[in-house]
Design a protein around this ligand. Sequence first.
Ligand SMILES: Cc1cc2nc3c(=O)[nH]c(=O)nc-3n(C[C@H](O)[C@H](O)[C@H](O)COP(=O)(O)O)c2cc1C
Length: 178
Amino acid sequence: MIILVGYATVEGQSRSIAEKIAADIEAAGDRAMLYDIGLGGEYAIGHPEAAILCAPIHAARYPASFVAFVRQEASWLNSVPSAFVSVTLLIRSELEEEREEARHFPDGLLSETGWVPGLVHHAAGALRYSDYDFFKRWMMKRLAGQENAPTDVSRNHEFTDWEALAAFVEDFRIAAKA
Ligand SMILES: Cc1cc2nc3c(=O)[nH]c(=O)nc-3n(C[C@H](O)[C@H](O)[C@H](O)COP(=O)(O)O)c2cc1C
């Protein structure tokens, strides 16, 4: 099976997640077509039979290029097995209401575009302090302090649960072939 792994990213964590999804798909014997939605270009080569899309939340929104892509491809996405990986920091919050907020981020995207993915996976992202400019680093450090997240800006902090992601990919492969 050929699976499109499309992603959007701002600082790179969603790309790392998409690369891991693609590696897991290939290791299991299927083919992954890794596609950077933000760069655009051709992705239909090889006719993917399924799709996993991955995008991060920044200031409560997914990247505009990602939303536009999903809107444009919704009818194709709805015609094949598909899944969405939503990347956030709130999903790792100690507070249930914040995790609940993170679980609802996809609602607006899906109702706005008409895409109905068979599976939605919530992955915790990263604080990549080294990639932020001065203002973003200051803002994210402040936010992290409020969220009980690491405020040591001298290094980056990754929260993605790679085992849970691998289990999700395996569940998707099984469901897509059923
Ligand atoms: C400027 C900025 C705003 C963010 N806003 C949110 C937010 O509203 N909710 C949330 O859960 N995470 C938020 N995050 C955390 C990102 O989702 C997280 O850093 C993720 O790993 C980014 O993915 P990317 O590296 O693929 O861009 C924000 C991060 C940044 C840098």
